[in-house]
Design a binder for this molecule. Structure first.
Ligand SMILES: [Cu+2]
Length: 621
């Protein structure tokens, strides 16, 4: 595979040298994603605008590094066209399906009537082959969003694009120029083949497995003997960070591989707004621009107080707006995958044709006790886990959560007997435990059936809202955490939550089974039901060792991160392995809504549920 990669690169360079290859390759890119883009301050930026938008979904061939693969494009481009709308207006979007199969478009992060949300089988029947469906809805918000197929695995092969809504009034975020940056993962392998391989062996694409020699030499393996022992007994692999890796993927930025090198042009000293969207099917990225600090000004479309950082992790379907002020030189925009098996690279430069150095892939991260839900803070004291018996006092039956902000009572009717972790927000909790007697499937801790699809119940999950994400604990520069996010505006609903529900993210890594509360969508589990306008705290507990970007349709959560009335709004949150995150929700949108992991193959495997918000008395749904 690697040899093949080198060959393709040489072919590409030769083709590029004789000219023509560049033109052929950009034929399928929309104007804003052409190889050299001047952004919205210059030419080459032609979004679809107005109140009537027409989109056509069709099969196409798509070239990456000179090789053609099977793809689905919208209006002939990958990524799909930039749709740019205005808050307060009403839009009609007609979607023609030229495929021989059903399709759909979900408007990710938009607040709209559920019938327009675009999830087949949940909010509408889908768009049948060779038919047209017209979406129509008011635009109630502004910011950086995106859209994508919610049918099968179409999103993997090109069915995604950016959507920007400009504020009705003046934009609180000022800039001289902006670029839209869409991250994605591309494979020449058919997505159903990828899924089949994963079902055959969960770690199929993981080529970073620690070898026996690594382990014996101790040179590469940073694990403690206790951790090694635990992983061995759980038959898990501490390098299993991503399901699908560089072995199967090329990582694209605005449809361009690193050697195709999408370039965003700026004038030195300008305030440049980057609207960054992770439209990848299965890849979490760590983003940085070596030599250029980024000021985060919005996430998931909503403004936050500016916070200057050097790197941040972006889960599938999250969006971040950052401001940069580049000098008269080129910069590499680096999207390194969370497992560090590969990267997407683009260039920001004052003139076309410039390139900056690209940093090498960093040392691969490995998982530790904290990622196994063992409440162990990472860092210098790794390996200091004392023996002894598990401190059950922290997990007495149904102890109320001791989150830093006012915590609502547990809803014991729905989750009777579920033990709540007593870790105060941000406080480390590492009571002594006995690895030898640890039951990784302690069924007494949960109230759902623990079958073959659940290989672990996190014994002691931590609040990880202050963690930067896997592999970023010990980098030497500033890394964003969810705790750094402070909403620019105070929240509109100041009520305290009246109840708390726990939802467990569950799975069996080896069998590639993924679920929520132990049940897959195909098993027709009961929806999570909320009363209209109910204020509820949701604790998402990750009982697996993978980062799951969880997305709730039709609503924004607030992350409970210690910022009170300025808790940040998010439509998609990364839940770190073995950890939990608390989210406050005002269930103000009646209807049935999808709630799922945004890793495409996890959702496809069943990690999806329905949230039902019932209408008020006398109100039509
Ligand atoms: Cu997932």
């Amino acid at each position: 595979m690697y040899k093949d990669f080198a060959l393709k690169r040489r072919d590409f360079l030769r083709a590029a040298a004789i000219g023509g290859a560049g033109a052929a390759m950009t034929g399928l890119k929309p104007a804003w994603a052409q190889t050299v883009s001047h952004g919205s301050a210059g030419k080459g930026f032609t979004p679809l605008t107005g109140n009537n938008i027409n989109l056509a979904v069709a099969r196409t061939a798509f070239n990456v590094n000179g090789r053609a693969g099977h793809a689905i494009a919208i209006n002939g481009t990958i990524p799909a066209p930039l749709i740019r709308l205005r808050e307060g207006e009403r839009v009609r979007i007609a979607v023609q399906n030229h495929l021989d199969e059903d399709t759909s478009i979900h408007w990710h992060g938009l607040i709209l009537p559920f019938q327009m949300d675009g999830v087949p089988g949940v909010s509408f029947p889908g768009i049948k082959a060779h038919s047209t469906f017209t979406y129509e809805f008011p635009l109630k918000q502004a910011g950086t969003y995106w859209y994508h197929s919610h049918s099968g695995l179409q999103e993997q092969i090109g069915h995604y694009g950016p959507l920007i809504i400009d504020p009705a009034g003046s934009d609180p975020i000022t800039s001289d120029r902006e670029h839209v940056i869409v991250l994605s993962d591309w494979s020449f392998m058919h997505p159903h083949t990828i899924f089949t391989r994963l079902k055959q062996e969960g770690g199929f694409f993981n080529r970073q497995k620690l070898t026996l020699m690594d382990r014996l030499s101790g040179k590469v393996d940073p694990m403690t003997p206790e951790e090694r022992d635990m992983f061995a007994r759980m038959r898990m692999d501490p390098t299993d960070i991503s399901d699908v890796t560089e072995a199967a993927y090329k990582f694209l930025i605005n449809g361009h591989s690193p050697q195709e090198n999408w370039t965003g042009i700026f004038r030195p000293g300008e305030r440049v707004r980057l609207r960054i969207i992770n439209a990848a099917a299965q890849t979490t990225f760590n983003l940085r621009i070596p030599g250029l600090p980024m000021t985060v000004v919005a996430t998931d479309g909503i403004e936050v107080r500016p916070v200057e950082i050097d790197e941040f992790q972006i889960g599938n379907a999250e969006t971040y707006d950052v401001i940069v002020q580049p000098q008269d030189r080129a910069y590499s925009f680096v999207a390194e995958t969370i497992d560090r098996s590969g990267m997407g690279v683009a260039t920001l430069a004052p003139r076309a044709g410039m390139r900056a150095a690209v940093p090498p892939l960093r040392e691969r991260p490995t998982l530790g006790m904290k990622d196994m839900g063992m409440g162990h803070s990472s860092g210098g004291d790794a390996g200091a886990m004392p023996g002894g018996s598990m401190d059950r006092s922290a997990h007495g039956g149904g102890a109320a959560p001791a989150a830093a902000s006012a915590g609502p009572p547990m809803d014991h009717s729905a989750h009777g007997g579920a033990a709540a972790p007593a870790a105060a927000t941000g406080a480390p909790s590492a009571p002594a435990m006995d690895h030898g007697n640890m039951d990784m499937r302690d069924k007494s801790k949960v109230d759902f059936p623990v079958g073959v699809g659940v290989d672990m119940i996190a014994p002691m999950p931590m609040d990880r809202v202050g963690d930067p994400g896997i592999g970023l604990d010990d980098v030497s520069h500033r890394v964003l955490t969810y705790r750094d996010l402070v909403s620019l505006k105070p929240r509109t609903d100041q009520r305290a939550p009246t109840r708390m529900i726990e939802i467990h993210l569950t799975g069996n890594m080896e069998r590639f089974m993924w679920s929520m509360d132990g049940q897959q969508l195909s098993e027709n589990p009961e929806p999570y039901r909320f009363a209209r306008k109910e204020r509820v705290r949701m604790r998402l507990i990750n009982d697996t060792m993978m980062t799951h970007p969880m997305h709730l349709h039709g609503h924004f959560w607030e992350i409970v991160n210690g910022h009170g009335s300025h808790q940040p709004l998010k439509h998609t949150v990364r839940v770190l392995p073995g950890g939990f995150i608390d989210l406050d929700l005002t269930a103000d949108a009646p209807g049935d809504w999808a709630f799922h992991c945004h890793l495409l193959y996890h959702m496809h495997a069943g990690m999806m549920r329905i949230v039902t918000v019932r209408p008020l008395e006398g109100e039509a749904a």
